[in-house]
Design a protein around this ligand. Structure first.
Ligand code: DP6
Length: 330
């Protein structure tokens, strides 16, 4: 019998970043991190365990995938098949409403939606914590896309202790993430490979050692809605991660000239009194974070940059959830 389930997940933007693993295979991170789910960006995934299949199948945005992408999905399916002790293959159909591989953490929503849909299709009924652990094994940042709103991923030391939980709901603070798209090209070095290189930087140790201090400042500022403190720590954390990337061996440069132009402008605007800060993941696009009432002003300022191809506007998003009974369009 074919057993099907579908799920929806949002990607997230980290304010305190995850970079480097203590355990590469289980994705136990070097440090705890903190993020916000992005409501307007969605991944929808349907998983069907089908006894007639001779292997797992993956269709991503309408295109059949093989090789590394399919292997990564099969690894997650194997983990679930081991739990329920069956060996039926599955077909996985997934759609993003945003560009894949452009530094908008498509792996986070991909593995959050996949772990939710696949575990349900396999007959499991996992708690949020169990789902966050499972999603983490597919993509570290996916653990943060499981709970709602503002989320902390406690690094932990093993599979059981490494999971994410919500520290505030989506309606706690009306922050906006304006994603300035500098390039939609697929990045050269994906974050999975990047994580394995983090320890090659002589400053990763210092970044990790100081991570709890930054996390505590950021969490407090977020809970107190103190944008001034929040902005400084978010930028410092981002700069530290990129300093590690740039000093790895070989060095990783994710920025393009347009990235730096926007970063510098944001600092000037903030000095002039506009509450906005930047953060950047493993790609060239800049996430400008500001209170909702400032978003139009920030967008107007950004509009004058020739390097900015377009702007995506995101607000705090909800948790990963099942779509009942199934979802149309895939
Ligand atoms: C720079 O979660 O994409 O976005 O576990 O290998 O899938 P994998 O890596 P991933 O790493 C995210 C790195 C980051 C920072 C962050 O989101 O915390």
């Amino acid at each position: 019998m074919i057993s099907t389930a579908s799920a929806l997940a949002h990607p997230n933007i980290a304010f305190i970043k995850y970079w480097g693993n203590k355990d590469q295979d289980l994705r136990i991170p070097a440090n705890s991190s903190l993020s916000m789910n992005l409501k307007e960006l969605e991944t929808r995934t349907r998983v069907s365990f089908d006894p007639s299949l001779a292997g797992d199948q993956l269709i991503l945005n309408g295109i059949p995938e093989e090789g590394a992408a399919l292997q990564r999905v099969s690894k997650m399916l194997n983990r679930i098949r081991n739990i329920v002790e069956f060996n039926t293959f599955a077909s996985v159909e997934s759609e993003n409403n945003f560009p894949t591989g452009a530094g908008i953490a498509s792996s986070a929503s991909a593995f959050a939606a996949l772990s939710c849909a696949a575990s349900s299709a396999a007959g499991l009924s996992l708690s949020e914590r169990e789902l966050s652990r499972l999603a983490r094994t597919g993509s570290g940042s996916a653990s943060r896309s499981i709970p709602e709103g503002y989320v902390e991923w406690q690094a932990g030391t093993d599979h059981d202790s490494s999971y994410a939980y919500s520290i505030a709901g989506a309606d706690h603070w009306d922050l906006v993430d304006l994603i300035a798209l500098i390039s939609k090209e697929h990045k050269e070095t994906g974050s999975s490979l990047g994580h394995t290189m983090a320890d090659k930087s002589p400053i990763q140790g210092a970044r990790v050692k100081d991570a709890n201090r930054r996390l505590e400042i950021c969490r407090k500022a977020l809970l107190e809605r103190d944008f001034t403190v929040f902005a400084d720590i978010v930028e410092q954390d981002c700069n530290l991660m990129h300093a590690v990337m740039m000093t790895s061996d070989p060095p990783l440069y994710y920025w393009l000239p347009g990235t730096l132009e926007v970063m510098r402008a944001v600092q000037i605007w903030r000095r002039q009194g506009l509450p906005v800060c930047y953060t950047i993941d493993a790609g060239p696009n800049v996430h400008l974070i500001c209170p909702a009432k400032e978003a139009d002003k920030v967008k107007r300022e950004l509009g004058s940059f020739p390097g900015v191809k377009s702007i995506l506007e995101c607000t705090p998003g909800g948790p990963t959830h099942l779509l009942e009974p199934d979802f149309p369009g895939v």
